[in-house]
Ligand binder design. Structure first.
Ligand SMILES: [Zn+2]
Length: 249
């Protein structure tokens, strides 16, 4: 499943392969990917437009054109992008394709159709309407903001970090990794975290969201690469959770 760092990568991919190119033909190959948008409206709204800017919030991408509406992409479980010149390279599970004026193409593919490619009016409204929390990589997101978010809520730290209303886009693996690196037990009550622990979680969460390299082994009973303790498997926040029984307190 594409996680935040992969979605960030997709944003850069669109910037590289689609921004500034005029769409001569938007094609809908499977309208089930369009959410509430109608295929005819999708084509009509994007034909002749150029993508001008791409913005990510959590696991959502917003691709602006030179006028409204805005293309919203969510990759679900199996969403992917492919840019190509040779039309025979069109991916088998392409759901929408943009044919650009310069002869290149960009496809959004999705085998399992949990993703979405739809038109919305305003990403800021979308973020509010979907109660999305702060983006962990937003440069304006400060430790002070994070402390304020933590102080307004109680519960197990894992559940809090998984909640899209606190921080948008951190998935199960990334939350486990953050807690592993900071030595915090996933079921610790957020109210009992020290100021230093909150600062360490904030710092580590941002580093983890930037670089998808995971250290916590996802196998029960394997040795902890950090302290030699034993990796345990449990359910926390409703999700399978791996943690070190020795150094995560
Ligand atoms: Zn350990």
């Amino acid at each position: 499943m594409p996680e935040l760092p992969e979605v960030e990568e997709y944003g850069r991919y669109i910037a590289r392969h689609a921004l500034g190119r005029r769409i001569v033909r938007p094609r809908v190959l499977d309208e089930r990917i369009l959410g509430a948008t109608r295929a005819a409206a999708f084509v009509r709204s994007l034909r002749g437009r150029s993508f001008t800017r791409v913005r990510r919030h959590g696991k959502h991408l917003f691709v602006y054109t030179d006028r409204k509406p805005v293309l919203h992409l969510h990759f679900g479980m199996t969403g992917d992008l492919a840019a190509y010149r040779d039309a025979s390279k069109q991916p088998r599970f392409a759901k929408i394709v943009f044919d650009f004026e310069d002869g290149s193409h960009l496809a959004f593919e999705d085998v399992r159709l949990f993703g979405v490619a739809e038109l919305i009016d305003d990403p800021d409204h979308f973020i509010i309407d979907h109660s999305l929390g702060r983006d962990p990589l937003d440069p304006a997101f400060t430790l002070k903001d994070f402390r304020a978010l933590m102080s307004r809520r109680t519960g197990a730290i894992k559940a809090l970090l998984m909640s899209q209303e606190v921080v948008a886009g951190l998935g199960n693996l990334y939350v486990d990794e953050t807690l592993f690196q900071t030595g915090v037990h996933p079921r610790r009550s957020s109210a009992k975290l020290s100021g230093e622990e909150i600062a360490a979680i904030f710092r580590t969460m941002r580093a983890v969201a930037r670089k998808p390299r995971l250290h916590v082994p996802r196998e029960e009973g394997s040795p902890c690469p950090r302290c030699g303790g034993v990796i345990r498997r449990a359910v926390a926040a409703g999700r399978t959770t791996y943690y070190c029984a020795n150094h995560q307190r």
